[in-house]
Design a protein around this ligand. Structure first.
Ligand code: 2AM
Length: 183
């Protein structure tokens, strides 16, 4: 079984801008800058043959590139937040690309949960902090709410393998799929 997901790799300019945001936030643990990505579809644990079939389906896709734009920061987890993220603008081209990749995975036989796609880049994951730390984090997220990056063109999507280790997740790219530039 291979744990994998499909994501957009981030251009260096975006990565650097996000590293600055991570530095400015009181994060218990930041996602390493080289691991930052925007997940389109989390495939989960798949048997090798199914992953291969899914890869073939992705190879057959002809998708336009997208203009990636980040706007604002947010917390996931409500009263007990467990992550901080930079939100991506949910523009139609990005939503369409995500939908087509999810459909291709489903047609190849992947059982994907029906979940609304909320495009984001996770900057830090943590256990729900005690109230004082939570308020500090919420204040910092609010203060940096004006964060913007892009739009920048992204012309490929990536199939990543995710390996859970004691030190955190390790991501290795298994395949890269070009999207037409100019999107
Ligand atoms: P996240 O950034 O919001 O945590 C690799 O784990 C990537 O897949 C992450 O970007 C993660 O999103 C995303 N993902 C989506 N659903 C997941 C799940 N059920 N388990 C782990 N990761 C998931």
């Amino acid at each position: 079984m291979i744990r994998s997901f499909v994501a957009l790799d981030l251009p260096d300019t975006v990565r650097s801008a996000l590293a600055v945001q991570q530095f400015l936030l009181p994060l218990p643990r930041a996602v390493p800058v080289e691991n930052l990505h925007l997940t389109l579809v989390f495939l989960g644990e798949l048997p090798d043959a199914l992953l291969e079939a899914t890869h073939e389906a992705f190879c057959a896709l002809r998708l336009p590139g997208v203009a990636l734009e980040l706007s604002g920061l947010g917390l996931f987890g409500g009263d007990r937040p467990t992550s901080v993220h930079a939100a991506a603008v949910a523009c139609d081209p990005l939503l369409r690309v995500q939908r087509k990749i999810a459909t291709a995975a489903r047609r190849a036989g992947v059982d994907l949960p029906a979940r609304r796609f909320v495009p984001h880049v996770t900057l830090g994951r943590f256990r729900p902090p005690p109230p004082e730390d939570r308020m500090r984090l919420e204040r910092a997220v609010a203060m940096q709410g004006g964060f913007r990056s892009g739009p920048v063109p992204v012309t490929e999507f990536v199939l990543y393998r995710s390996t859970l280790t004691r030190q955190g997740s390790r991501y290795d790219d298994l395949a890269r799929y070009p999207m037409a530039s100019g999107g």
